[in-house]
Structure formats: C-alpha cells, structure tokens
Design a protein around this ligand. Structure first.
Ligand SMILES: Nc1ncnc2c1ncn2[C@@H]1O[C@H](COP(=O)(O)OP(=O)(O)OP(=O)(O)O)[C@@H](O)[C@H]1O
Length: 247
C-alpha cells in the first residue's frame, strides 16, 4: 500500500542553521508512527513543516500521493486532512467539552453560523460519540477549565478528530500526565489509529515501546533509521546517539 505521507529530502534552514538536512520519511496509512531522537534533532520542526507552520526551504512533502504540501497554506493543509495537536492545549476553558467539540466541528463555517446554527440530531450524536471515545461524556457539561490536565489534552485530541483527519500529528501527548492518564492516552491513540494515521513526537521510551507500530529515529536534522522498536533498540548508532543515554 502507498504511504499516506512522503517526505523527500526536506530541508529547513533557519537563517543559516539547518534544522532539517534532507529528511526522507514515509508514513504508512495504518498504525502509530513515533518520531524519537535527542533534543534538537528536528522532530518538532518536521511536524511544523508537515502542517505548514514552518516553510521547508527545500524538498517535497506529498500527502495522499498527490497533494504537495510545501507551498500550501496551513488552513488548506487542515482541509486536506492533516490535524495537528500542539503540546499546550488550546481549548476554550470557559466553555464545556460539548461546546468545545461543537465549535471544532463547525470550524470550517463562518463565525455567525458557528454562533447561531442549531445542531442537528446527527451532529449531536457525533459529538456525544466523540465525548465517549475521549472519556469525557460524564463531564460534558462542566467548564473545560475545571478538567484535569489529561482530560484537557483528550478534549483537544477530540477537537482534532471530530474534523475527521486522515493524518493526526501529536507532539509529546503524555507530557505532564499521571501514569493512569498515560495508559488511557495510549489506548485512545490505538483506537484512533484504526481510523486515521498517527505520527507522534515522544521522549517516553516505555510509551513508545508499548504503543508503536513503527519508530523513526532522528538525529541532527536527518532520519537515522526506521523500524520496529525491538530492532531500533538493538541499533548501535541509535544506542550511541540516543537510547544509550536516555532509555
Ligand atoms: N524558529 C527557529 N529559528 C532558529 N532555530 C530554530 C527554530 N526552531 C527550532 N530551531 C532549532 O532547530 C533545532 C531543531 O529543533 P526542534 O524543536 O525541531 O528539535 P526537537 O527534536 O523537536 O527537540 P526537542 O526534543 O527538544 O523538542 C534546534 O536546534 C532548535 O534550536
């Protein structure tokens, strides 16, 4: 099967500092792909160029085998089917989880219709199904500001998912979470991966071991290797630059 996303020789040059130095990477249509590597390896920068937050200075990124992403605006990339959840949640704290999902679902419409359009029963069902999926159905009418850190993160994942992306990008989704919240997040990610491809930047190697289908190791702006975690762990180069030190 063809990959959902392909990066060919992607370069990012920050005024002379080469954060990405020719990245080649395929993201398969199914499974959970983790991006790991030492600090400064270029992992977040790679997510940034995929979602259009940062412009590539060279190379090509192809989505669904035909859409070239390198010159597309961020909003067009979202419309093409790529969702990005950043590290810090950007939910509306004074609104409820239900209302947050309602806004996310209607995001493509104009503000007037977001405020005044009545939800259809189908839309309400869709929101309630998402609330159950992300474990927030019981607290759906509480203010999002009163949710735990983990619950806020799941709400934001739900806000991305309700737009039905084909590829979901997550940046350190379990940072700051308790053990139980990490397990719930891992299970949620596995469930999400049945419907959409997932690419995750992560430093927690236990989490990567448990929930990865494939792992890509980045080092100094390049892909060092790609494979299953059990093989990555045995790779001498990876041990030298990363796992030997941190995992
Ligand atoms: N806007 C920018 N201007 C200049 N340099 C930048 C910019 N953004 C990132 N960098 C540099 O690019 C390199 C790669 O950064 P990036 O955040 O992608 O690494 P990372 O692998 O995600 O690291 P970490 O695991 O610490 O988050 C770093 O040396 C960083 O300082």
């Amino acid at each position: 099967m063809k990959p959902i996303l392909s990066c060919h020789d992607v370069v990012v040059d920050f005024s002379g500092f080469m954060a990405l130095q020719g990245v080649n990477l395929d993201v398969e249509t199914s499974g959970v792909l983790f991006l790991i590597g030492p600090n400064g390896a270029g992992k977040t920068t790679l997510l940034d160029v995929i979602c259009g937050k940062t412009r590539a200075t060279g190379g090509e990124i192809t989505f669904k085998d035909e859409i070239s992403l390198v010159k597309l605006q961020e909003q067009k990339i979202v419309e093409a089917g790529i969702a990005r959840k950043f590290q810090a949640p950007s939910i509306f704290l004074h609104l409820t989880p239900f209302e947050n999902l309602e806004i996310a679902m209607k995001q493509k419409k104009k503000l007037f219709s977001i405020l005044f359009a009545k939800l259809t029963d189908v839309q309400k069902d869709k929101i309630n199904t998402m609330l159950r999926k992300i474990g927030l159905f019981e607290v759906r009418h509480e203010k999002a500001g009163s949710l735990s850190h983990g619950q806020k993160q799941w709400l934001e994942i739900g806000m991305q998912l309700i737009q039905e992306p084909t590829l979901l990008l997550l940046d350190e989704p379990i940072a700051g979470m308790s053990g139980e919240e990490r397990t719930k997040t891992g299970e949620l990610i596995l469930e999400i991966s049945k419907e959409c491809s997932v690419l995750i930047v992560e430093h927690d190697m236990d989490f990567v071991r448990k929930y990865s289908t494939q792992v890509v190791v980045m080092h100094e702006g390049k892909v060092l290797c790609q494979g299953e975690m059990k093989d990555i762990q045995e790779n001498e180069e990876v041990k030298n630059v990363y796992l030997g030190r941190s995992g």
